[in-house]
Write a protein that binds this ligand. Structure first.
Ligand code: TXA
Ligand code: MG
Length: 345
């Protein structure tokens, strides 16, 4: 199949809407990461999305909406707190989980009796959903297991020949996927996946519980609320390691890395030995979120066999960065100050 690449704009809205209306799929830009879009109510279209990604069938998709009326068509009931959060964070990087109505296909929701819903902020994509008149199901537009795509080129690398259309809306603003929450009661949300809507931001409106799966490795066979938690994720081919420690400890550790090609995501000013390639990261959690996935992809493109990443802070957006990084690294954290260098590991 030929994959067309078109720039997002009013001139392609009709063509994109027609493709989705007729059961086709397309990659779309959002403010978090690129999504692989299908009519959420069309089972065949949704199956094509799972096929193109190689995604396990029990991992549900997020339904993207452009109005609260669309939410009412999906959810059996909507808590007042959900409306408060919608008012404050939609359109934006917050996904909320609701009991779903029977007409929402089980295939879209991975067989669960709930549906995850968000209203994205990207102007083109919002207009597209509105034009379609149905919710758009869209997982991240990467091959399952690889880092999520934050540019149209990343999507092209994974999906060329597998989907008919990629809509290029430029670089994604946040670079990590939306915050996913479910409701514990009328005053409490549980964060299942952290994102740009941080626990601190949510606490302005409600109690916040952070699910243990956000930072801990789940036992195999553990029962999870969000199936995405149990899969290996965001991983390049290179082996990823998280480096914990001060500037000095990290700099000393990285000097002992003597593989032919390693990648390093750090502050940007550490001296690096021959064979270690500096990859874009940043000092603030926002910069780190923006750069993480594209730098992991770049590590592979450069032929790195190992990638070392400085541990982010765990407050604010840092929690999202750390959550993705832990999965990319298979939970391998190296204590740079106390390990005696690479050879001693
Ligand atoms: O920012 C985002 O959320 C991006 C863009 C494209 O909107 N989408 C995205 O989708 O990250 P995906 O499919 O890669 O991740 C969806 C996550 C998965 O971890 C999935 O398990 C969880 O949301 N999820 C979806 N429906 C759920 C449900 N009904 N209950 C619990 N978790 C759900
Ligand atoms: Mg994903």
């Amino acid at each position: 199949m030929e994959t067309k690449l078109l720039k997002a704009g009013d001139d392609i809205l009709d063509e994109a809407a027609e493709l989705l209306r007729s059961g086709g799929i397309a990659a779309i830009p959002t403010e978090t990461v690129y999504g692989l879009a299908a009519n959420a109510y069309n089972v065949e279209a949704v199956r094509s999305v799972f096929r193109a990604k190689g995604r396990p069938q029990d991992n549900p998709l997020i339904l993207h909406i452009s109005s609260i009326d669309m939410l009412k068509d999906i959810a059996v009931s909507i808590r007042p707190l959900a409306l408060v959060l919608a008012e404050n964070f939609w359109p934006g990087p917050l996904t909320m989980i609701f009991p779903r109505k029977p007409h929402v296909p089980a295939e879209t929701c991975g067989g669960l009796d709930t549906a995850a819903v968000r209203m994205p902020r990207n102007a083109f994509t919002l207009a597209l959903i509105e034009k379609c008149g149905f919710p758009i199901a869209a997982p991240s537009a990467n091959t399952s297991g690889l880092p999520s795509p934050t540019s149209a080129v990343h999507v092209y690398d994974d999906m060329n020949g597998k989907i008919p259309l990629i809509i290029d809306g430029g670089e994604c603003r946040y670079g990590v996927e939306s915050t996913v929450v479910c409701f514990e009661d009328d005053e409490t949300v549980r964060i299942l996946r952290p994102g740009a809507v941080t626990p601190e931001m949510l606490r302005e409106y409600c109690h916040v519980v952070i699910d243990s799966g956000v930072l801990e490795k789940l036992d195999s066979g553990a029962k999870v609320i969000s199936p995405g938690m149990k899969y290996k994720h965001y991983s390049p081919s290179a082996e990823v390691y998280i480096l914990k420690g001060s500037d000095g400890e990290t700099a000393n550790f990285i000097k002992t890395v003597n593989v032919n090609k390693a990648g390093f995501l750090g502050n940007g000013d550490e001296p690096l030995p021959h064979g270690v390639k500096r990859l874009r990261y940043g000092k603030t959690p926002e910069e780190q979120a923006e750069n993480l996935f594209s730098s992991l992809r770049e590590a592979d493109a450069a032929g790195c066999t190992e990638v070392y990443v400085r541990m982010p802070q765990t407050e604010g957006m840092g929690l999202a960065v750390y959550n993705r990084l832990l999965r990319a690294a298979g939970f391998r954290v190296i204590d740079a100050g106390n390990c005696g260098g690479k050879d001693a590991l």
